[in-house]
Every structure is written in C-alpha cells, then in structure tokens.
Design a binder for this molecule. Structure first.
Ligand SMILES: NC(=O)c1ccc[n+]([C@@H]2O[C@H](COP(=O)([O-])OP(=O)(O)OC[C@H]3O[C@@H](n4cnc5c(N)ncnc54)[C@H](OP(=O)(O)O)[C@@H]3O)[C@@H](O)[C@H]2O)c1
Length: 283
C-alpha cells in the first residue's frame, strides 16, 4: 500500500468512528493526514494515535464545521498552507436523523442533515477540486446503504445520502469525460459500532443534536470497516459496500421487488427501540 506514502489526505469527521480509524491506518502508511471536525480536543487525541504511527509533522488538526461553506474553504486553504497540495479527500463527516416525517417539528431537521451530509461534502470537494485534478487524486464519499434503499424514521438522512451519491456519480462522469485522472469512490460502510463506545450523532425531532450508543448486534466495528474501505481506496474502486448478508443486495432488490424491501424495512425498524422514543434508523 505504498500508494499513500507521502500523499496529503484530508479526512472530515475524523474525531471518532470510521474517520478516526481511517486516519490511523493512513498515518501508518506514511500519509500526511489532516484531521478535521468540530471538536479539536477529540481530534488531538486521534492525532496522537496517528503520530504514534506516522511522522509527527505529517499529522495536522484543522477545526471545521462542514455545515458552513466558509469553514470547508478554510479547511482546504489551511491544508494547502501546511502541505501545498491535496491528493485525497475523504468526505466522511455525517449525522443521522430520527423521527417520522409526521412527528418532526419542522423540516429544519432535514436542512440540518443536508448541510452536513450533502453540502458538507460538496463544499469541501468544490474547494479542492482544482488541487485534486492537479494531483490526479481521489475523492471518497462515505454514504450509506440508506443512499440506495429506504429507511422509515430516517427519511431526511436517507435523502441526504441519495443526494450525495447522485452528486458523486455525476461528478465522476464529468471528471472522466475531461480525462482528469481523478477517481471517485462511493462507500456504504454497512452498519457499524464503535469499539470505544462512542455514540453516533443524529438530529432529533426538534432539530436538536443528539448522540446515542450503537448496538453491537449484527454490526461490524468501525475499525474493521476502515480496513475494508482502505482496501477499496487502494484499488480506486467506484463503489464499495461493507454491508453484510442480504443487505448487500438491497439496492438491486429495490429495483426488482420494492414491496418486499419495504415490508422488510418496516419490520426491521419496528423491531427496534431507542431511549429518546424516536423511531430508529438503519444504515
Ligand atoms: N455508524 C453507522 O452504522 C453508519 C452506517 C452507514 C453510514 N454511516 C456513515 O459513515 C460516516 C461515519 O459514521 P460514524 O458512525 O463513524 O459517525 P459518528 O460516530 O456519528 O461520528 C460522526 C463524525 O462526523 C463529525 N461531524 C458531525 N457533524 C459535523 C459537522 N457539522 N462538521 C464537521 N464534522 C462533523 C463528528 O465530529 P465532531 O463531533 O467532532 O464534529 C464525528 O467525527 C458518516 O457519514 C455516516 O453517515 C455510518
């Protein structure tokens, strides 16, 4: 995996979970890693883990709330000031959303989710696209099975990941048509839990930011998924799904037998309970 040695890699949402584990793996391969999210203290803890693997000057922390376009632009400008180039952007920052459409107080909850999951990725990509074209780089968009399926109780989240995938697939074609050499990898990380017990972030019915522990049953650790995503990045694939079992086939089944998938999704969601009383989510 010499591909990443000396390469400049930006990872959003690097303070925990999948982003954290990808950062440590890439540092281990000798990449220059820029860790970004809103919580600097948590990022510094991850940076220390990365520095234990890579060279300390090569690991940098840049605070950015990707829901704000100017902070996405700052992230890219700061990366270029530190390392002069960008080779890989991992648009990983994401939040979930819980609550049926009828139960949410206002559609602002959906805007909150889109501002992070969709515009957060789009604004980072737009800000470094010329640099990625120069380096014939790689864009990795962390989506979800929800980006190709349906999730009752998380319609806003689901929509944000569909939007992200539509954007990334179209962008890939544009970049290919122009012979830029830039690859675009869309990832469904499957259902994950975090070994350190960190909870997943989500927007509740009142548009409030919440965090809930992740059930381990039927889920893979984000550390294990990070290894799989890295392997896909090395191959510069178009799409990678870490979903397990029949879930891997859901996108195909959505086209072939949509009523079957709908029934399964309703049954899946009805079998789960969450402490805040909101409808649960998958993906
Ligand atoms: N967990 C799953 O089962 C699952 C399944 C399918 C897809 N995914 C997707 O995989 C990705 C990673 O998931 P995860 O479970 O590792 O996430 P997570 O544990 O909930 O962590 C979310 C990460 O995103 C960052 N973040 C949230 N809002 C942000 C904002 N406004 N600006 C910048 N950073 C922000 C958080 O950092 P700060 O709080 O420090 O800002 C944190 O590092 C997400 O895109 C998620 O949608 C997850």
């Amino acid at each position: 995996m010499a591909e990443f040695s000396g390469k400049v890699v930006i990872i959003t949402g690097a303070s925990q979970g999948l982003g954290e584990h990808l950062a440590v793996l890439l540092a281990n391969l000798g990449a220059k890693v820029v860790l970004s999210s809103r919580r600097v203290e948590a990022l510094e803890t991850v940076a220390e883990k990365c520095r234990a693997k890579g060279s300390s000057g090569d690991i940098q922390v840049v605070k950015a709330d990707v829901a704000k376009k100017e902070e996405c632009e700052h992230l890219i400008a700061e990366t270029k000031r530190l390392f002069t180039r960008v080779d890989v952007l991992v648009a990983n920052a994401g939040i979930n959303q819980r609550g049926n459409v009828v139960d949410i107080a206002d559609t602002e909850a959906f805007r909150t989710v889109f501002n992070v999951n969709f515009f957060g990725a789009v604004d980072c990509i737009k800000a470094c696209l010329p640099d990625l074209i120069e380096s014939k780089g790689l864009i990795v968009g962390i989506s979800s099975l929800a980006g190709r399926a349906l999730v009752p109780g998380s319609s806003g989240y689901c929509a944000s990941k569909y939007a992200l995938e539509g954007f990334l697939n179209s962008l890939r074609a544009e970049l290919k048509a122009d012979n830029t050499g830039v690859d675009v990898l869309v990832v469904d990380p499957g259902e994950m839990y975090h070994e350190d017990g960190a909870g997943r972030q989500y927007v509740g019915t009142e548009n409030q930011l919440m965090q809930a522990p992740l059930n381990r049953k039927g889920r893979q650790s984000s550390a294990a998924v990070a290894h799989k995503v890295l392997a896909s990045m090395v191959k510069r694939e178009r799409y990678f799904s870490a979903s397990l079992g029949i879930k891997r086939w859901v996108p195909l089944l959505m086209n072939l037998v949509p009523a079957f998938v709908e029934r399964k999704a309703i049954a899946f969601v009805s079998s789960k309970q969450y402490p805040d009383g909101a409808k649960p989510q998958a993906g």
